[in-house]
Design a protein around this ligand. Structure first.
Ligand SMILES: [Zn+2]
Length: 413
């Protein structure tokens, strides 16, 4: 605990004064958020739903915490029996930090949820992002993936790779063709050319990255992909054919990204939702892909969960891979401290990206997530200062790299 570590607290204070790049969010445009009739339960929605459901809360009730139409008393009645079971999890902490920082309360109770919701609505007006992100957090740049090209002077867009790969079949191929201003490409080669055209166009419009998932890399043969593409056009492709087409197109896409200087983001280690098997998206799956596309920069998400040492081995051996701690502080601050401790041994300090909030609507929660990130970084660095590895001043220099310089370098943003 940072509270009991004087040196870590000193470092925390210095780290809190640094400008921060929020290296991963899903935030909807501010004007969309302002149109919502928000309430305080939104802070306890999204990632916490999985743990609330695991604690026994019916899943539809956990989901309804983010639903505007559900009455507040109903939300409280359904959440109250489970709040104590999850309040010490990583995902819960940002909500409590937001209560303290923005609403002057320590806890959510039967007596305050209505008042808190009213105040949250009062805050929900133009300048919301400035107040909660720039002023409260010192965030100077946000790398944002909300499935649109929405951007401004400090939000830069990342799009899902599926937008270009057309993983949904013919309808998506037709949409890509429309974006490219062409008819539906009749051959695989023409499809890939249209894909390149659209990616190039988006890059010119400001897209700085694409996001995919760290599935095992399967190298697909052009001949098989050609036949599979013909099957997609005729709408009689089998699932394994669609996969073969996607595997082939993805490798082409990552080469294009390398040519254009677009970063390939790889989600790995853990799914956000419940009932999910995490074993298919291990961070080590990136070895084959990143070695094959050496001129492409890869940003590997979430702390190497469940084994941060694996991620360290990835970044130690592959010069084109960065390690990103977005969302990792929510999954487990303890694992994030452990990750940084291992990574200080194995990974150059310029390859680690220290923070990303990973929220869709609850912009209030970014602050608490950043508090956690700063604590994690302060604890990991304080240990090294105490061991005599480097000075306190050097520790702050490293923190500045992790929270600011490295994401700018990786994304050239
Ligand atoms: Zn995310």
């Amino acid at each position: 605990m940072i509270r009991h570590d004087e040196l870590a607290r000193q470092l925390y204070a210095q780290i809190s004064a640094l400008p921060t790049v929020d290296a991963h969010e899903h935030l909807h445009a501010e004007e969309n958020r302002l149109r919502r009739s928000v309430d305080i339960f939104l802070l306890f929605h999204q990632y916490l739903c999985t743990q609330l459901a695991a604690a026994g809360m019916p899943e539809d009730q956990a989901e309804a915490l983010g639903d505007e139409a559900t009455p507040l008393d109903q939300k409280w009645a359904s959440l109250a029996p489970y709040l104590d079971q999850v309040r010490h999890t990583g995902c819960a902490r940002p909500a409590f930090e937001a209560l303290r920082r923005f609403f002057g309360e320590d806890d959510l109770t039967a007596g305050n949820y209505e008042r808190l919701s009213e105040r949250m609505r009062e805050h929900n007006r133009p300048g919301l992002f400035d107040r909660y992100l720039r002023e409260a957090c010192g965030i100077v740049l946000v790398l944002n993936q909300n499935r649109t090209m929405w951007q401004n002077d400090w939000f830069r867009p990342i799009l899902p790779e599926d937008d270009f790969l057309c993983s949904g079949g013919l309808t998506e191929v037709e949409r890509l063709a429309e974006w490219a201003g062409e008819d539906v490409p009749p051959t695989l080669e023409r499809f890939l050319a249209a894909m390149e055209q659209v990616v190039t166009q988006r890059a010119q419009e400001g897209m700085i990255g694409i996001k995919g998932t760290c599935y095992p890399h399967i190298i697909s043969d052009a001949e098989i992909a050609r036949a599979a593409y013909a099957g997609i056009l005729a709408q009689h492709e089998k699932p394994h054919q669609r996969r073969a087409f996607l595997d082939y197109a993805r490798d082409q896409l990552y080469e294009i990204c390398g040519n254009l200087g677009i970063v390939v983001v790889k989600h790995s280690g853990v799914w956000a939702g419940g009932w999910a098997d995490h074993t298919g998206i291990r961070p080590t799956n990136i070895f084959s892909e990143a070695s094959m596309h050496r001129r492409t920069r890869f940003d590997l998400f979430h702390a190497g969960t469940p084994t941060p040492a694996d991620a360290a081995l990835v970044a130690r051996g592959l010069p084109n891979v960065w390690l990103n701690l977005c969302w990792s502080h929510l999954i487990s601050p303890a694992q994030s401290v452990q990750a940084l401790d291992l990574w200080l041994d194995m990974v150059p300090v310029n390859k680690i990206i220290g923070f990303g909030g990973d929220y869709w609507w609850a912009v209030e929660n970014v602050y608490g997530n950043l508090v956690m990130a700063r604590e994690v970084i302060a604890l990991a660095l304080a240990k090294r200062v105490r061991e005599g590895c480097f000075s306190e001043a050097r520790a702050v220099e490293i923190a500045r790299r992790w929270l600011h310089d490295n994401p700018r370098e990786a994304y050239e943003a």
